[in-house]
Write a protein that binds this ligand. Structure first.
Ligand code: XIL
Length: 338
């Protein structure tokens, strides 16, 4: 075991209001002691990788299923960890009973309201921050909203509705908009910024933006559109709106994992993103999408067998990216004089 193991959470302990977390699979928490032990030792925030999505929480109309999600919350509470809720409204992981036919506006509004009421009330006081809306902006044309089942039935004002409803259901939860490829300064992050400004101008309860940060080693660097400067600039402008920023789903896929330069790049990317988050006042949480390369969505989704995108290897040993984050935390605290 590396001598730095366990240092991440120990160092975090005395930074109030700052969280480092990971997405988790409840069956692994229950079934694999090393999985659960590593989580409890290293992180102070969790998010369910899948089990708070609509398909899992409301598999049949009006029948809510919280067993798996509750297990995540119970584990988090037992280990004094905060919980992010992911996600109330999305175009994916929607149950078949919603997608099997076109919905009228009234019916779609009713479905969303009923869903948000039940889920947010169930986790009231237990979920610190909700991804109320996931990926509402169009993939190809960021100047438009994505034509989801919700958008088609309700129109653009569905966003206002869901944030207001979530706020009524749990006025203490922080409400987030979460999206991908909007980390640096680009057309999509401009669109997120404008959308957030509009929501806030209409008095919609909105407290933060999640930057997913599913990236490749090729995507981040001094000569790339996404780098430490553009990430900092984007977080800063969102912060200037009064919003918090969470890095919500970081992983760094490494198609050429067997090349030492690629592995070194990955380590540096984790260091730099984490350093930017620590340095920016608005950035209050940093989460990776999983934590061990044993369980990651990347190989299947991106068809990269050996992508090794996370902080721990498949045997739960910390990788150099983990050590880089520990170092970044130490330097941060030295500068603060704590
Ligand atoms: C992914 C999960 O990791 C997979 O297990 C599942 O099959 C599909 O969803 N952006 C998000 C996450 O907001 O919810 C997605 O999670 C990854 C992309």
């Amino acid at each position: 075991m590396s001598e730095t193991t366990g240092k991440l959470r120990a160092l975090l302990g005395d930074i109030p209001g700052f969280y480092v977390g990971a997405a988790v699979r409840p069956d692994r928490i229950a079934g694999e002691p090393q999985y659960a032990e590593t989580l409890a030792r290293e992180f102070n925030m969790l998010v369910a990788e899948n089990h708070m999505k609509m398909k899992f929480t409301q598999p049949r109309r009006g029948e809510f299923e919280f067993t798996a999600a509750d297990a995540v919350v119970v584990f988090a509470q037992a280990n004094d960890m905060a919980v992010r809720g992911h996600t109330l409204v999305w175009h994916l992981a929607v149950p078949g009973w919603v997608t099997e036919r076109e919905l009228s506006r009234g019916e779609a509004i009713d479905i969303l309201h009923t869903h948000i009421d039940a889920v947010v009330r169930h986790f009231k006081g237990k979920v610190m921050a909700w991804d109320v809306m996931n990926e509402a902006i169009d993939h190809d044309d960021p100047t438009r909203l994505r034509e989801t089942i919700w958008y088609r039935a309700i129109g653009p004002d569905y966003l206002d509705m869901i944030f207001r409803r979530a706020h009524e259901a749990d006025p203490d939860a922080l409400l987030f908009y979460n999206d991908y490829e909007a980390e640096g300064m680009n057309a999509k992050s401009d669109a997120v910024y404008e959308l957030m400004k509009d929501l806030l101008a209409r008095g919609v309860p909105l407290h933060g933006v999640g930057l997913q940060m599913h990236i490749s080693v090729e995507d981040f660097g001094p000569d790339k559109p996404l780098n430490a400067q553009t990430l900092a600039a984007n977080i800063e402008r969102l912060g200037a709106l009064g919003l918090q920023v969470h890095v919500t789903e970081m992983d760094v896929r490494t198609p050429n994992e067997h090349a030492p330069e690629a592995r070194a790049r990955r380590t540096e990317i984790y260091r730099e993103v984490f350093e930017v988050c620590l340095a920016q006042e608005a950035c209050t949480a940093f989460l990776t999408w999983g934590f061990t390369d044993k369980y990651t969505w990347v190989p299947k989704f991106f068809e990269i067998p050996d992508a090794a995108p996370l902080l721990f290897d498949a045997d739960y040993q910390p990788k150099p990216a983990y050590d880089a984050m520990v170092e970044a935390l130490k330097h941060y605290k030295e500068r603060l004089g704590t």
